[in-house]
Design a protein. Structure first.
Length: 470
C-alpha cells in the first residue's frame, strides 16, 4: 500500500528527469539573452550601434514585461492554466522573438527586405522625439528581443513554480541551484561561442541563428515535459498536498502586493540582478578598455564568471536544504558583489600588466561566488514567505519588478558611457568608473535589504535560516 501511494515526484529519476527538461530550455534561453553581449564593439563598427543604442537593445528585452505588465498576466495565466500550458506558451514566445531577431540582422532586412521601410520610418520618428539614433537593424532586433523577453521571463516564473511542484518537501533548493547552474553554463558557453561563430562566418547573425535553433529544440523539450507533468497531476489527484485548485481571483494579487516581506524580497531582487545582468552586457568592452584584453580574450575571461557560479550554486543549494542560513548567505553575496564592482571602479588598472589581470580575474571570481550565494538562496526562500495558492503570481510580480531594473539599467549605463566618453575617438579607452560606481551602489542597497530581511525573519520566524528538508 505504501508503495502504491508513491507519486511520480517520489521517484528520483522522474523528478530529476523533469528538471532536466525544463533546465535545458532555460540553458538555451540564457545563451540567447547574451548572444550579442561579447560582440558590442563589432556591432558598433559594423552596424553603427553606439553604447546608448546597445543599452536600449539590452533593456528592450523587458519592455513589454514592464510597460504592458505582461509578467503580471504571466503569473495569472500560470495560476489559472497551470505549469504545462504556461511552459508551452513561453517557449513559443521565445522562438518567435528569436526568429525576428535573426531576421533583423540578416542581409535581406538590411538591404530593404519586408518591413524595412516601416521600421526605418518608425526609427526616424523616434529620433525626432527622443534624439536617439536607432538604426533599423537595432529597432527590429529590439522588437524581437521584446517578444523573446516575454517568453523567457514567463519561463523563469514557470520553471520556479514547476520545481516547487516536483520537489516540495524534497531537495528543492538543490534542484533550483542545479537549474540555475545549467543556466549559468549557458552564459559561459555563449561568451565563448558567440565571438568564434561571428568570426568564423564573418557575421554577427551567425551566433543568433545558432541560438534560435537551440530554442526550437527547447520548445520540443517543453512538449515532452507536458506529458510528464500531466502524469504527475494524475498521481496527485486527491492528495492534500496537491496544488490548490480554487479558482484564481484578481483580489489574490492584493495578498502579494499587500505583503511587506514581498516588497523586501522584490527590492532585494531588482537591486541585485540590476547589478549583474546589465553588467554582463558591458563587461567585455569594460575589460577591453580597463584591463587591456583583446575583445575576444575579454569575452573568454569573463566567461569564467558564470562557470564559477555554475559549480558553486548546487552545493550551496544543498547546504541550504540541509543546514539553512539563507538570510546570512544573502548578506555575504551582496558584500562580495560590492567588492567586485568597487574594484573595477577604483583600482588603478594598468592595461597589459600581470597584476591588473590577476586583480580583474579575482574580482570576476568574487562576482561568480556572489552570483551563486544570492540566487541559490533567494528563490527557494519565496515559498516560505508567500501563500502557495498565489505563488505563481508572487514569482511573476517579483520578476516584473526585477524587469523594471533590468530594462532601465542598461539604458542608464549606456547613456552614462556615451556622456562621460563624449568626444573620445573611436578605439580609444573609455572611462567606466562612474558606470561601475552605479553598479556598486545597487549592491550597497541590496546589502541593507538583506540585513533587514534577516531581522524580519528573526522576528516573524519565516524559517529563512532553517533547513528546507524536514
Amino acid at each position: 500500500m505504501e508503495q502504491a501511494k508513491r507519486s511520480l515526484r517520489d521517484k528520483p529519476l522522474a523528478r530529476w528527469g523533469a528538471l532536466a527538461l525544463i533546465s535545458l530550455t532555460m540553458f538555451f534561453a540564457y545563451m540567447f539573452v547574451d548572444v550579442l553581449s561579447p560582440l558590442k564593439t563589432l556591432l558598433e563598427t559594423e552596424l553603427g550601434w553606439d553604447s546608448t543604442v546597445f543599452g536600449l537593445y539590452g533593456g528592450s528585452e523587458f519592455f513589454l514585461n514592464v510597460f504592458v505588465g505582461f509578467l503580471i498576466f504571466a503569473g495569472i495565466i500560470l495560476d489559472k492554466m497551470g505549469v504545462r500550458f504556461t511552459a508551452l506558451l513561453s517557449g513559443s514566445f521565445m522562438v518567435i522573438g528569436a526568429l525576428i531577431k535573426v531576421y533583423a540582422l540578416s542581409a535581406t532586412f538590411r538591404n530593404g527586405g519586408p518591413g524595412y521601410d516601416a521600421i526605418n520610418s518608425f526609427s526616424s520618428s523616434i529620433h525626432g522625439i527622443t534624439g536617439w539614433n536607432l538604426p533599423p537593424t537595432a529597432l527590429c532586433a529590439c522588437l524581437g528581443f521584446m517578444i523573446f523577453g516575454c517568453g523567457t521571463e514567463m519561463a523563469g516564473v514557470t520553471v520556479s513554480r514547476a520545481i516547487v511542484k516536483w520537489f516540495k518537501g524534497k531537495e528543492m533548493a538543490f534542484a533550483m541551484g542545479a537549474e540555475m547552474s545549467l543556466a549559468r553554463f549557458g552564459v559561459f558557453a555563449i561568451f565563448r561561442l558567440s565571438p568564434w561563430l561571428a568570426e568564423k562566418f564573418e557575421s554577427v547573425q551567425a551566433p543568433v541563428i545558432f541560438c534560435a535553433l537551440l530554442l526550437c529544440i527547447g520548445l520540443l523539450l517543453y512538449v515532452v515535459y507536458w506529458f510528464m507533468d500531466k502524469a504527475l497531476e494524475k498521481d496527485l489527484e486527491g492528495e492534500e498536498e496537491e496544488e490548490e485548485e480554487e479558482p484564481f481571483k484578481f483580489s489574490d494579487l492584493g495578498k502579494v502586493f499587500g505583503s511587506g516581506v514581498f516588497w523586501v524580497v522584490a527590492i532585494l531582487c531588482v537591486l541585485y540582478y540590476s547589478a549583474i545582468f546589465p553588467f554582463q552586457k558591458f563587461a567585455t568592452e569594460m575589460l577591453h578598455y580597463k584591463v587591456g584584453f583583446d575583445t575576444k580574450d575579454a569575452a573568454a575571461y569573463f566567461s569564467y564568471f558564470p562557470i564559477g557560479a555554475m559549480f558553486v550554486t548546487p552545493p550551496l543549494g544543498l547546504y541550504l536544504d540541509l543546514k539553512g542560513k539563507g538570510a546570512t548567505m544573502l548578506i555575504l553575496g551582496s558584500i562580495l558583489m560590492i567588492i567586485c564592482h568597487l574594484t573595477f571602479a577604483l583600482y588603478p588598472f594598468e592595461p597589459g600588466t600581470t597584476s591588473s589581470t590577476i586583480v580583474a580575474m579575482g574580482a570576476i571570481v568574487l562576482l561568480g561566488i556572489s552570483f551563486s550565494l544570492v540566487p541559490a538562496t533567494l528563490w527557494p526562500s519565496v515559498p516560505k514567505l508567500i501563500d502557495n495558492k498565489v505563488l505563481g503570481s508572487a514569482y511573476s510580480a517579483i520578476f516584473w519588478i526585477q524587469n523594471v531594473g533590468l530594462m532601465s539599467v542598461p539604458i542608464i549605463i549606456g547613456s552614462i558611457l556615451d556622456s562621460v566618453n563624449k568626444g573620445v575617438p573611436e578605439g580609444q579607452p573609455k572611462d567606466y568608473t562612474l558606470a561601475m560606481l552605479v553598479f556598486a551602489s545597487f549592491g550597497v542597497i541590496a546589502l541593507l535589504m538583506s540585513f533587514f530581511l534577516k531581522a524580519l525573519d528573526s522576528k516573524k520566524h519565516y524559517g529563512l535560516e532553517l533547513p528546507n528538508v524536514k
